[in-house]
Design a protein around this ligand. Structure first.
Ligand SMILES: Nc1ncnc2c1ncn2[C@@H]1O[C@H](COP(=O)(O)OP(=O)(O)OP(=O)(O)O)[C@@H](O)[C@H]1O
Ligand SMILES: [Mg+2]
Length: 1032
């Protein structure tokens, strides 16, 4: 059997462990305990001062409540003691005067009477599996599925059950006999760890005798020892605790200044105040660092603030190291930090997670994603900011800071998923951002992390960084492939890459064999429902089909598992769709299954993710996007095929997907099974990781063009020679021999400068005194608006035309102007729908359409199946169709009905909406640079807001809080939390009881994020005021 697969090994790219062995400089020994108490907190004093300011009085009123009386107690839940609306009657009184006083009483009474009783379900015994006769639960007639496989399935196809289910049944019975609680199984502590978990205290103790360390100032030692030995049970008041943190921060900062670069023992927790460790414990549930984390944080390169790339397998715990370094930068070095993450959802998740740290440790957490984020950021006095940004927003942020001469204030830039440098145009943006940071600010440290880096040396040269690599994974991952009915273990370190492991235990009828040729049902029923499973599928439609197909073969006992929670989830999903529920989810959720891909709305995805994380759902079928998104681990990961759409899986994609297997603290090991066919067996599972290549040359060198434009615009370079100097610091330069085959980098650079001149974006200064190269107004608008060079001219033309006859009777014309050009190619209009929608427009709107080149006759002709004239601008026609979709969304705010009307997926509509709001803010910045477009400023500011929050106006303030989406905003609003201030002052304990289906952790995060946002707004107002009144 084992000889069936013969696969040649390609160089395995063994990782260096040098970093692991060297530079071990442990943190100082300490014992836990409370710290000394001393009065005063700078943060509070500043805000109190602000609050006294007359002209800001009204605006600050809503902020004051929680800031003035925050207090926490060590022994209690971190958020348990925040002022609630109930507790702070004076604050309530102020709010009452301003707005809804009567409603507050409703909250009180709702709290007392409306608390939904969550029915507690013990684990159901799955004592029988679906047999040929009982396996067909009744389905209501209205449950019509769109899924073709389901429609084709008759009940007589359910004759057999896979033997894996029988094994499962026996297992259950055995479990019941042993009177062993299933919950315990699920949550049992891992038996074996490849690397033992590591206690900072123990480790330091053992090292203290081995390694003599250089001392730091006596003052620091006394303070820290005092903190460490104080009894932990002493209750602390808010003022005292804040004072301790402030003092520790001050001491650590002093120490950082005073201590020579080699010194590493800076305080109780990597130079950070004791409270940080407590927060990590309370908010993240992490008590001890892994050994590698400790080693990494003590590396010389880290201590001396040299750039660093660290690379560990998925789930290795990379984020925590980055977060500790960020906190050091903010608290000890008193500098701002920038954290770059690849997706909006990840940015929002991080903002939510770190807002509590910001609230507790008195720094700002600012979201730069979608249309959120100010350029340049608000200059804060006495408070540091953590900017959490998507790739694109981080680039604009760095540009704005360079322009304002403030980049030096950013002490640290962290890039998560650094391998995305090799990812098309987005990779080019990361490269531009980092190259600019390196060139402009030699004080800014850069840290990059990834699980899948093939050519780390190139990246090291580019970033002038050191490298730390470790193979640590808290939960062992076993990789398998399945070929026919055999399972092989992947053993890349052995001569044969695959070792026969077992035959798959299943018994299918021929009908079932036809439908489930890959034996997915047999594979998943070995683990669900007691353990979780992810099934990666090559296409979106396949996700839905597979989820539905699996359900067909599950027994009705699956329906009993977490019955109430699943009913709640369905209710939530229905709410999020304003009464509409996806027919596939309606079928699959009762079995504990769901699909997850971009066709779902972000709210649906979030609900599905939360339900999966909490164990209500046991299986998700998903596309590759889930692998790089939210952290959703599983006991078993199945890769349905080695393809993503029509492309063979890349090694890095494979690693990211299988890396989801094994949940720390829950599973003892994780396993992945890749289903392959004979034809794919020569393709390697153990191939080396792909090379991460520069993408500045991507799409005919578009990256180089826009990079040079912004370099000249930002005055970073203003001669060809200087541009070339800059280019030598790029990854493209490091890889010149591989990537610049036809022309040298110098020739490419010269050519690009020439092209920019020809496009009218760059010019030679008239007088030599004024320097060499300069951007034109259009050039400045283009780079400031981050407008793609391909579209800057057409955008200018469209906006100019708009000025001549802007139709403001409806949103259509404005929306048309901000419909992203690059989305046009992604879909084709349905001409009948187009025509119907067109005829429903008002006369004025139709005239406007004709004016932009889309008359009714044209659409009518297309709808009738005739050809268009040759000179028709198809891009314009398609853009107008998208504008009609957006207009409809703005009018109706109901995704589902608009999706139906235009026959588009609701997920696509949401993407269109968020891309348009992001592009709208780009166009706004574009117009701000061009005097002639002044009227657009006010219009586009409001339009950005409307497109960002395409909901009823009253929900907008709540949806400003990171991750609060429409459904949750509605619940909050109905429960009486109608403003940001209401949320910021809410007691999470009461929130959980008053708002449906809200977990405590989510409530904590919502309240913390609301506090942070309010704090940020208040601070921005304060800065504004102080700027206007410098002598105040
Ligand atoms: N020292 C620790 N002790 C226990 N759990 C930890 C520790 N450090 C991190 N974790 C947890 O491990 C999980 C995975 O960590 P993290 O998300 O940082 O992984 P990662 O290395 O970034 O993986 P990926 O490459 O998949 O993004 C998280 O739930 C995190 O809270
Ligand atoms: Mg990560």
């Amino acid at each position: 059997m084992s000889g069936e697969i013969k696969v040649r090994r390609v160089s395995s790219g063994k990782r260096s462990r040098d970093g692991q062995r060297s530079h071990l400089t442990p943190a100082r020994k300490r014992t836990s305990g409370s710290a000394q108490q001393c009065p005063g907190s700078t943060g509070e004093i500043e805000l109190s001062r602000a609050m006294m300011t007359q002209s800001l009085h009204g605006k600050f009123n809503e902020v004051g409540g929680w800031l003035n009386s925050r207090k926490t107690n060590d022994t209690e839940d971190l958020f348990g003691d925040y002022d609630s609306i109930l507790a702070d009657s004076s604050f309530l009184a102020k709010l009452d005067g301003a707005e809804e006083n009567a409603k507050q009483n409703d909250i009180h009474s709702a709290t007392r009477t409306k608390c939904p009783v969550v029915q507690k379900y013990d684990n159901i015994d799955f004592t029988s599996l679906k047999s040929s006769t009982d396996n067909c639960p009744k389905r209501s007639c209205d449950d019509s599925m769109t899924d073709s496989i389901l429609e084709g399935l008759g009940d007589d196809s359910l004759i057999d059950i896979p033997s894996s289910q029988l094994a499962f049944q026996q297992d259950i019975l055995q479990t019941a006999e042993n009177n062993c609680c299933t919950d315990e199984d699920i949550t049992s502590t891992p038996v074996r760890h490849p690397e033992k978990s590591f206690s900072v205290e123990n480790r330091n103790e053992s090292h203290i005798t081995h390694k003599a360390r250089k001392s730091i100032s006596d003052h620091l030692k006394r303070t820290m020892m005092g903190n460490a030995t104080a009894p932990s049970s002493v209750s602390r008041t808010a003022v005292q605790e804040a004072a301790i943190v402030t003092k520790e921060i001050n001491v650590a900062m002093e120490a950082m200044k005073a201590v020579s670069v080699e010194t590493t023992d800076l305080g109780p927790f990597f130079g950070l105040p004791t409270k940080v460790k407590e927060l990590i414990r309370n908010l993240k549930g992490i008590n001890d660092l892994y050994e590698w984390q400790n080693t990494c944080l003590n590396l010389d390169s880290v201590q001396q603030r040299r750039n660093l790339i660290y690379s560990l397998p998925t789930s290795g715990g990379k984020t925590l190291v980055a977060e500790i370094l960020i906190l050091k930068e903010l608290l000890c070095r008193n500098k701002d930090a920038l954290f770059i993450l690849p997706y909006i959802s990840l940015v929002q998740e991080k903002v939510r997670g770190l807002a509590s740290f910001g609230v507790e440790l008195d720094f700002m957490v600012e979201e730069y994603a979608g249309s959120k984020g100010r350029f340049p950021p608000v200059k804060r006095r006495g408070k540091r900011s953590l900017y959490i940004a998507t790739i694109e927003k981080a680039h604009s942020l760095v540009n704005s800071l360079i322009e304002a001469n403030r980049l030096d204030n950013v002490g640290l830039v962290v890039v998560d998923e650094l391998h995305m440098l090799g990812d098309g145009s987005r990779g080019a943006i990361i490269e531009m951002t980092l190259a600019k940071v390196i060139y402009v600010s030699n004080l800014t440290q850069i840290i990059g992390m990834s699980a899948t880096l093939g050519n780390v040396q190139d990246l090291q040269r580019f970033l002038k960084a050191e490298n730390y690599t470790n193979d640590f994974r808290p939960i062992e991952l076993k990789e398998y492939v399945k070929l026919k009915d055999s399972i092989y273990e992947v053993t890349p370190k052995e001569e044969e890459c695959f070792r026969f492991s077992r035959l798959l235990n299943f018994k299918y009828s021929s009908a079932m064999q036809n439908i489930d040729q890959d034996h997915i049902v047999a594979l998943v029923t070995e683990v669900i429902p007691r353990q979780s499973c992810l099934v990666f599928c090559p296409t979106k439609k396949n996700c839905e089909n597979v989820a539905a197909m699996i359900c067909k073969y599950l027994t009705k006992e699956f329906l009993q598992h977490k019955l109430a929670e699943k009913a709640t989830l369905l209710g939530e999903l229905k709410n999020s769709g304003n009464g509409s529920l996806c027919p596939v989810l309606r079928k699959t959720v009762p079995y504990g299954l769901a699909y997850h891909h971009s066709g779902l709305t972000s709210e649906e995805r979030k609900l599905v993710e939360e339900a999966y994380s909490s164990g209500v759902l046991c299986l998700l079928t998903c596309t590759s996007t889930l692998a790089a998104g939210i952290n959703l681990p599983a006991r078993r990961v199945i890769l349905r095929s080695p393809y993503v759409a029509a492309d063979f899986l890349k090694r890095s994609q494979y690693k990211q997907m299988v890396g989801r297997a094994g949940r720390a603290g829950i599973d003892t090991h994780g396993e992945s099974i890749l289903i392959i066919q004979d034809k794919d067996k020569e393709l390697l599972v153990s191939a080396p990781m792909e090379i991460c290549k520069s993408n500045l040359m991507y799409d005919n060198g578009k990256g180089v063009l826009s990079l040079i434009l912004s370099l000249i615009g930002l005055n970073i370079t203003n001669s060809l020679q200087q541009v070339m100097d800059f280019m030598r610091g790029t990854l493209l330069s490091v890889q010149e021999k591989q990537l610049c085959l036809e022309r040298s980098l110098w020739e490419v650079t010269q050519d690009c400068v020439e092209q920019l001149k020809q496009k009218g974006l760059v010019t030679e200064a008239a007088k030599p005194k004024e320097g060499g190269l300069q951007v034109t107004n259009l050039g400045r608008a283009t780079y400031k608006g981050s407008v793609d060079l391909t579209y800057c001219e057409v955008l200018y033309r469209d906006l100019s035309k708009g000025l001549e006859c802007l139709m403001l009777g409806s949103f259509l014309h404005l929306v048309y102007l901000v419909t992203p050009y690059d989305m046009v190619s992604q879909f084709k209009p349905d001409w009948m729908v187009y025509f119907r929608q067109f005829t429903m427009l008002s006369d004025v709107e139709q005239k406007m359409c004709a004016a932009v080149g889309v008359p009714e006759s044209l659409i009518a002709r297309k709808a009738a199946g005739q050809n268009m004239k040759k000179n028709v601008d198809l891009v314009g026609v398609n853009r107008l169709y998208m504008a009609l979709v957006l207009l409809s969304l703005l009018k109706e705010t109901d995704l589902w009905s608009v999706a139906n009307k235009f026959q588009l997926s609701r997920g696509f509509l949401q993407t269109l909406l968020s891309s348009s709001s992001a592009f709208c803010s780009c166009v706004l910045h574009f117009t701000e640079e061009l005097e002639e477009f002044w009227p657009f400023k006010a219009l586009l500011t409001e339009l950005t807001r409307r497109l960002t929050y395409c909901v009823q106006a009253e929900l907008i303030p709540l949806m400003e809080v990171a991750g609060v989406m429409e459904g949750r905003a509605k619940h909050l609003y109905n429960a009486g939390y109608k403003t940001l201030a209401h949320l910021a002052n809410a007691d999470p304990n009461i929130l959980v009881k008053t708002v449906e289906n809200l977990f405590k952790k989510q409530a904590n995060q919502i309240v913390a994020s609301a506090k942070m946002l309010l704090n940020e707004k208040a601070d921005a107002l304060q800065q504004e005021y102080l700027c206007e009144n410098p002598f105040y």
